[in-house]
Design a protein around this ligand. Structure first.
Ligand code: GLC
Length: 428
């Protein structure tokens, strides 16, 4: 045998030994999953998926996804449009089934009716496109107001019920705190960058002023109205006053960074921020309260945007059945309970909001259920495939208004014209 052939033969023996070959070790499939990008979402997904792999003899690989849901959408759109077979399971934002659904298998073929019926019907309906279940719900989200209990108490304020009360408390607390040496204290942080997170925030402001939800149920464009104008004018007046100018570049984790390091009185964020604010090493541990977001008027509505995600299997996956098994496992009640306990990640299964173990670890989930049930949906089911286009137009106009590049009146009128053009040209 020549030297190189000997080396090759030795290499083959060695790799067989490393793989622990032999008929008793059936080699499972490798499933690649893209899940979790913000806070501890990815770590909790990884822990669950690795447990599934160990239990089933399959392997899992993880794809790192960008922190912005808008960037994630662009990435998956590109991969799936190219027919890429290298991702099997994808975390699907609640606003995506109409956009990406055609690339996903019908999970209805892999999950039984009882599994489906355990979820809030709103998510099952949301994830069903042309009669096919495109994603199994795995967490829900709703916009919340986080506030510093200690600071409100120290300066004699109660939890704000309206945006005007929030602005007043923010102004007074920041002035007093800065005067006593907290130079970096700011009033209110939220998601103000030009991306989907701003659409969520702006829907809350506008809806809480009675200005509607961008589109009406019948698809007509309602975004331009005097209440929506007032809502955006109000928020624009906060920039550089109760909110730092930098908020125009903030996503979820930027806002959390400022609030959790103790430098903001109020924050708008999703439930996951609660577990992290309460972590042992958090500078604001035990100093934080959570409430519904403020209303536009004293007797007005408290609007929180409905968010969350499901898990879908790509139709290009070489192992759809095994991938669907991983999805079923991750979305199952015990795994949803575990993520709620460890990460304050809201389940999509109503029974878990009464589960003693979940409530013991996260008592705030009981208060969250009514907020979740009253949440405001983005018009993604109405706009379907066109939702991202709609949202991009909307968040850009809102961003321009907050940055002072346009007025709310001019911006919303332009958004209305643009959306109407798309509706009449392409339909929704
Ligand atoms: C959260 C929500 C999601 C929303 C996103 C916006 O991840 O669950 O629905 O689109 O935030 O940033």
């Amino acid at each position: 045998m020549s030297g190189s052939l000997k080396r090759l033969a030795f290499g083959l023996v060695l790799s067989a030994a490393l793989m622990g070959g032999g008929p008793s070790h059936a080699i499972g499939a490798t499933i690649t999953i893209a899940c979790g990008a913000v806070g501890i979402f990815h770590d909790l997904c990884r822990a669950g998926a690795e447990r599934w792999a160990a239990e089933t003899g399959n392997a899992v690989e993880f794809v790192q996804s960008p922190g912005s849901t808008s960037d994630r959408l662009a990435l998956f759109q590109q991969l799936l449009a190219a027919g890429a077979a290298d991702i099997d399971v994808i975390e699907v934002d609640v606003i995506w089934p109409g956009i990406l659904g055609r690339y996903f298998i019908d999970l209805g073929a892999y999950v039984d009716a009882a599994t489906v019926a355990a979820h809030f019907p709103v998510f099952i309906e949301n994830n069903t496109v042309d009669g096919e279940l495109k994603a199994l719900p795995w967490f829900s989200d709703v916009g919340l107001l986080y506030y510093r209990k200690d600071l409100l108490e120290a300066h004699g304020f109660s939890v704000p019920q309206t945006w005007a009360e929030l602005a007043e408390a923010a102004r007074a607390v920041v002035a007093a705190e800065r005067a006593s040496g907290s130079a970096r204290m700011t009033g209110f942080v939220f998601q103000g960058k030009a991306y989907e997170g701003l659409t969520c925030n702006a829907l809350e402001w506008i809806d809480s002023f009675g200005g509607g939800q961008i589109l009406a149920e019948d698809g007509s464009v309602t975004v331009n109205n005097p209440k929506a104008v007032r809502a955006l004018e109000t928020v624009a007046s906060w920039i550089g006053v109760i909110a730092p100018r930098g908020v125009l570049g903030y996503m979820e984790e930027d806002a959390r960074g400022v609030f959790q390091s103790g430098n903001a009185v109020f924050m708008r964020n999703w439930p996951y921020a609660w577990a992290l604010a309460q972590a042992p090493d958090s500078p604001v541990k035990d100093k934080v309260g959570v409430a519904p977001l403020p209303a536009g008027r004293p007797d007005g509505q408290h609007s929180g945007t409905l968010g969350g995600a499901g898990l879908a299997v790509s139709k290009y996956s070489p192992h759809p059945e095994i991938a669907a098994d991983l999805v079923r496992y991750l979305a199952s009640p015990p795994l949803q309970a575990e993520r709620a306990i460890r990460g304050a990640i809201n389940p999509t299964i109503p029974a878990l909001y009464e589960d003693p173990e979940v409530l013991k670890a996260q008592p705030f989930l009981a208060d969250l259920l009514p907020i979740l049930e009253a949440a405001v949906a983005r018009p993604s089911q109405i706009a379907g495939e066109r939702y991202n286009q709609l949202s991009t137009i909307f968040w850009n106009v809102v961003h321009d208004t907050l940055a002072g590049r346009t007025t709310a009146e001019t911006g919303l009128a332009a958004a209305e014209r643009h959306l109407q053009r798309i509706r009449f040209r392409d339909g929704w």
